[in-house]
Ligand binder design. Structure first.
Ligand code: F6P
Length: 741
């Protein structure tokens, strides 16, 4: 309050100084103008009277002159007239002015001495006057003088009026400005600060519900609010972790896993051994945007799952640097500490040439291995030149891993996914002490399907360099063991699920991957936020369905759109009451099949929309761009159901993220039976994505499900994810690896 008063006082003082300086100047100018004007008018008057009085002045009678004098009295602003002889003796004077004043005589004497007009201001009693005398002549010399007196009091009146007006104006301005300042200080500074203080106070006291959301409207404080939100989150995390740690000592081992518990577990289990994560996709991609460097998180199940683990464990993550600004932010060893806002681990980037990326990533990985592993009726393409690039880029990754682990006796190397199938063997051959895990995020096909790969033996041998090979489900483990049994000379132990090739044994185990739970986005979307988001998309309907995918033909997006069409035809009462939002992040766009697929999705959307749309409604809103995690959370929280219709999917983390985001325990998950997630999330409405009628009926069931039933199902699914989150996934994986040696 004191500061506000001081601020206002300073503002008022500055304004007062300005107004006073301005008024002094204005008054000075006005005074000058009025005086000049008075002098000019007096001179004109004196000169014209002189012409009447001067001729034969000496011979004129005093009576005559007195008459002349009296004739001119009572004129406006005219105070009187006096005629003097050359001894300054009064000959005639108006009755309105005193006969003899020293001031008048001085003015008259000076005029006669100088033989020219002379004027000055004087006081007649309380009256201020201006006196101007002009000499009177006979033929030869000065014989007297004529003096006119003008009232000058109006000049002071006018100047006082200016002062008065300006001071009143000053008073009004100062009051208005003080009022405006108080309002501004309250709106712009006081309220946001008070909100922030309250947020921090509640966070300190452990109230997690308080949000800084309302404060983000304040333009000035947005960066501060962001920072404070981070501090608040860190504070919350620290509190949760601390209490969790305490609970750990008391509770049984399979109680919920958190980032902090994983950290503790790793400390105890790995005893200082560093973790080296290896994947094709990097967790943070730096790009140039209008001259600025920005980063974003990719639309990748792998990155979504692994990143929280790395945040918790620390270590080094080796990945392909694919962003156009990636090279600009790394150090001399191609490293950068991430997350960029709050570093927790090191990202070591590997650079690939365009040819390498084309052959290794787009070619062999995504046109060969991807379709062979997914039963989605897309023929794989195997090219020798792609395979050669796949081998050389895998070697590049292996060499980078080897350079990173060279000073570690028993490093733990966790290699991710099908793009790096050869890396385990390449690393093991050079550094046998390294304990290597390989996790295969996508399905493993049956042996017949895999057998068409021209380099199947090399792939299998490469993978068997790992000590532990993890798959999403037991079925994929079985498929893999059968495939190895068919293709390679090896010893298979079905009891321990182990494959021995030469002198090296690899263990095969299922580790269904999960997500961070809680995911750090615990708030439920308020009605206002929901309405704003829907309004921005032009959606006015009561019911909302949601699909979120990379634009990939394995995700069953076309089948899903068809099911929406069937649903709206079968249950027309939902028309204009229901909108389906499909978020489709562009993916692998250098591959023709992916570009064609993106066009097909758009065309199918347009076809259905033009068939069913009305003036104010269309059934499908397609958002074909990348969305951040924060943005996606908002969609999850407003959707009445989330529709996952993958034709074949190792796990599908969108399904788990939808469930994790629904802390309000509302909403329904409709889930393809061909996803790994359907093995765990049995309370979803499970559908065959190829069966449009069945999916349409599931949509109707979801929209008609009672809140009680939704809550029961959502609650149970949340419990499953809570109990088997990605922290537990990595703890089990790392424990198994640590037990191997
Ligand atoms: O989950 C399977 C997977 O291929 C991951 O390896 C990958 O991160 C994700 O899908 C996204 O694909 P991409 O990395 O090719 O964009």
């Amino acid at each position: 309050m004191k500061q506000i008063l001081v601020t206002i006082l300073i503002i008022v003082a500055v304004i007062a100084l300005i107004v006073i300086a301005f008024t002094i100047n204005q008054v000075g100018q006005e005074e000058q103008r009025m005086k000049t004007d008075l002098q000019y008018r007096s001179t004109l008057l004196a000169e014209s009277l002189k012409e009447t009085v001067e001729p034969n002045f000496i011979n004129k009678s005093e009576n005559y002159l007195q008459n002349v004098v009296e004739k001119f009295t009572d004129k406006e602003r005219f105070a009187g007239l006096g005629i003097y002889d050359n001894k300054t003796k009064v000959i005639a004077v108006s009755s309105t002015i005193p006969e003899a004043t020293s001031a008048a005589q001085e003015v008259v004497a000076n005029a006669m001495d100088a033989d020219k007009a002379n004027g000055d201001f004087a006081k007649f009693g309380s009256r201020k006057v201006y006196l101007l005398a002009v000499p009177l002549h006979d033929d030869k010399s000065v014989v007297g003088a004529l003096m006119v007196a003008q009232n000058a009091g109006y000049i002071d009146d006018r100047l006082n009026e200016i002062w008065k007006n300006n001071l009143i104006r000053l008073l009004i301005q100062a009051s208005l400005l003080s009022f405006a300042t108080i309002l501004l200080i309250r709106w712009i500074i006081y309220e946001p600060i008070r909100g922030l203080v309250e947020t921090l106070r509640l966070a300190r006291m452990g109230n997690e519900g308080q949000s800084t959301k309302g404060l983000t409207n304040s333009l000035f404080f947005r960066p501060l609010v962001k920072e404070i939100s981070n501090i608040k989150r860190s504070l919350m995390d620290a509190r949760i972790s601390a209490s969790e740690e305490a609970r750990l000592r008391l509770e049984k081992l399979d109680s919920p896993w958190t980032a902090e518990r994983l950290k503790e577990f790793i400390k105890e289990t790995l005893k200082g051994r560093t973790i080296f994560m290896v994947s094709n996709r990097e967790p943070y991609i730096h790009i140039k945007n209008r001259g600025k460097i920005e980063f974003y998180f990719p639309a990748s199940g792998l990155a979504t799952a692994i990143e929280p683990v790395m945040r918790s464990c620390g270590g080094v993550w080796i990945a392909h640097g694919s962003g156009d600004a990636d090279r600009l932010v790394v150090d001399n060893s191609n490293k950068i500490n991430v997350p960029p806002d709050e570093p927790k681990y090191t990202l070591r980037r590997i650079w690939l040439t365009e040819e390498e990326e084309t052959g290794y990533y787009y070619g062999f990985s995504n046109e060969g291995l991807w379709p062979i592993c997914h039963i989605a009726h897309n023929r794989p393409t195997f090219r020798k030149e792609d395979w050669e690039k796949y081998v050389s880029v895998n070697q590049k990754f292996a060499d980078t891993v080897l350079s990173e682990i060279k000073n570690h006796d028993r490093p733990i190397v966790l290699i991710q996914d099908f793009q790096l199938a050869l890396v385990p063997r390449m690393v093991k051959a050079e550094h046998p002490g390294a304990v290597i895990g390989l996790f295969w995020h996508i399905p493993w096909p049956n042996p017949e399907s895999f057998s068409i790969c021209p380099w199947k033996k090399e792939i299998l041998e490469g993978m068997l360099g790992a000590d532990l090979i993890g798959f999403q489900t037991q079925l994929y483990c079985n498929n893999f063991i059968e495939t190895v049994g068919r293709e390679l000379e090896s010893l298979i132990d079905f009891e321990r699920f182990a494959i021995t090739k030469g002198s090296h044994t690899s263990y095969i185990k299922p580790f269904p991957i999960s997500i961070a739970f809680p995911n750090g986005f615990d708030e439920t979307e308020n009605q206002d936020g929901k309405e704003k988001l829907l309004k921005s998309l032009g959606i006015k309907t009561k019911y909302i369905g949601l699909g979120i995918d990379r634009l990939d033909y394995t995700k069953g997006i076309l089948e899903r759109l068809k099911a929406i069409e069937i649903f709206l035809n079968k249950y027309p009462s939902y028309r204009e009451n229901f909108t389906f939002i499909q978020i489709a992040a562009p993916s692998r766009t250098k591959i023709q099949k992916y570009r064609d697929f993106a066009i097909e999705v758009e065309e199918e959307t347009n076809r259905i929309n033009s068939l069913l749309k009305t003036k104010s409604w269309k059934p499908i809103v397609l958002l074909g761009k990348h969305h951040s995690h924060e943005e996606i959370q908002r969609f999850y929280r407003l959707a009445d159901f989330c529709l996952v219709t993958s034709l074949h999917d190792g796990m599908n983390l969108v399904a788990k993220e939808y469930v994790a985001s629904r802390s309000d325990e509302k909403g329904v998950l409709i889930l393809s039976q061909y996803t790994g997630a359907s093995r765990e999330l049995k309370d979803a409405l499970i559908v065959n994505p190829y069966n449009g009628e069945q999916t349409a009926n599931a949509i109707k069931e979801a929209l008609q499900m009672t809140t009680k039933k939704q809550t029961k199902r959502m609650h149970d699914m949340r419990e499953i994810i809570k109990n088997y989150n990605v922290y537990r996934w990595s703890a089990e994986l790392l424990k198994t690896i640590a037990d191997l040696g």
